[in-house]
Design a protein around this ligand. Structure first.
Ligand SMILES: Cc1ncc(COP(=O)(O)O)c(C=O)c1O
Length: 386
């Protein structure tokens, strides 16, 4: 791609920011576009007759669960999934009238917390079922739970044998209030993978045994596989946060939610023959104007982004500029030689990913997926919900 001297005609909302940094804890921030999040929630809803839950584990995929959950709630979301009990408790403190499912309830010790905060465990083995039944009896409540069944991903889930044992045990079944039957797809991001249909068939076969329960199979990618996969409840995560796992850019269209950006801290001309950054792997063939961006791998910019011979561009004031030099813990260096000198100065914001620099490109260049980029945004980076 041409890094070029051309302006991209993009908005320059931050280019006139004051020439200083550190008004937050660091010089990096992630802007979280809550309107885009709500729009994505509605777009997914318009593509399914099922209820759309919000998966907000790992601090809302790294973006700050409080603002995320509130915006989803305002967009109509009334069912949430977290990974752990403590995440669910945090959510309950914010939202009283929603259902909160805990995907990975701890087998021991946590039951009390779940009952106290009206949280619903997604039980995935018989041991967990028995503990939950026992704790429910002690609390004098029905053992309301989701049952997570294994259909082919071979991660969490009751296997066939355990399921048969449960189904054949009337005493256990009568003490368990299965409100949701769920499973999880392994290959939904590959629409043509035979595993999708196989898991669908297995899930359908189990579903008949729990006629009173609602059913849920699809994550974001599963939702985009079509209505066969929707059942009563879909559980998107990543699509809410703006990544289309099919890279198809078809309906429902989702918009980027997160923009990771950092201030330019210094600009200097580096002479021919000199190199920039650790290892001296980026050497100037001609004099170059090098900008130092005040965020590095501790902030979530993957070190793998810079590889000699592979160009990766960030966006500054509407111009593209390639990384030049190894990504450090707190800094990256960029080549501003092609950017007009009067267009940027110290203090300008540099977009690492966002509406003008797709997160998909960052992930691809770093050999990973957008999920890891989002959840890898460093804890010291300020989350700003706008
Ligand atoms: C059980 C379960 N359901 C739904 C999701 C949401 O997945 P995605 O972010 O791919 O939509 C996840 C995320 O890993 C999950 O583990």
């Amino acid at each position: 791609m041409n890094g070029g001297t051309h302006g991209l005609g993009m908005e320059r909302p931050h280019s006139d920011a004051p020439a200083r940094h550190g008004e937050g804890r660091t010089a990096a921030r992630v802007l979280v576009d809550l309107a885009a999040l709500a729009g994505n929630y509605r777009a997914i809803g318009s593509a399914t007759a099922a209820e759309v839950a919000g998966v907000v584990k790992a601090d809302g995929y790294g973006l700050g669960v409080s603002g995320i959950a509130r915006a989803l709630y305002e967009a109509g979301c009334r069912t949430f999934f977290t990974a752990f009990g403590h995440e669910a408790v945090e959510l309950r403190r914010m939202l009283d009238d929603v259902e909160i499912f805990v995907l990975m309830p701890r087998a021991g010790g946590e039951a009390h917390l779940l009952h106290e905060h009206r949280l619903i465990p997604c039980l995935f083995d018989l041991d967990g079922v028995d503990r939950w039944i026992g704790s429910a009896a002690a609390h004098g409540t029905p053992g309301r739970a989701a049952l997570h069944v294994e259909t082919g991903i071979h991660r969490l889930g009751l296997g066939r044998e355990e399921l048969d044992t449960l189904l054949g045990d009337r005493s256990r079944r009568s003490r368990l209030d299965v409100t949701l039957l769920m499973s999880h797809l392994a290959c939904a991001d590959e629409p043509s993978a035979p595993a999708n249909r196989r898991q669908l068939d297995r899930f359908r076969a189990v579903r008949g045994a729990f006629p009173a329960a609602r059913a849920s199979l699809a994550n974001s990618a599963g939702t985009f596989l079509g209505s066969d996969y929707h059942f009563d409840l879909v559980r998107p995560g990543i699509a809410l946060y703006g990544h289309d796992p099919h890279y198809a850019h078809i309906t429902p269209r989702v918009r980027p939610v997160a923009t990771l950006e950092a201030r330019l801290g210094q600009i200097a001309t580096v002479e021919p023959g000199e190199s920039v950054g650790y290892g001296g792997v980026a050497t100037c063939d001609t004099a170059r104007r090098i900008g130092v961006v005040l965020a590095g791998y501790a902030d979530g910019i993957p070190r793998a982004l810079y590889r000699p011979g592979r160009r990766f561009e960030v966006v500054i004031a509407g111009y593209r500029a390639p990384l030049f030099g190894t990504v450090s813990m707190d800094m990256v260096t960029i080549d501003l030689s092609s950017v007009p000198e009067d267009a940027v100065g110290v203090g300008a914001w540099v977009e690492i990913f966002g509406p003008n620099a797709p997160i998909e490109r960052v992930a691809e260049q770093a050999g990973t997926i957008p999920y890891e980029i989002l959840t890898g945004i460093g804890p010291r980076v300020e989350r700003i919900h706008v």
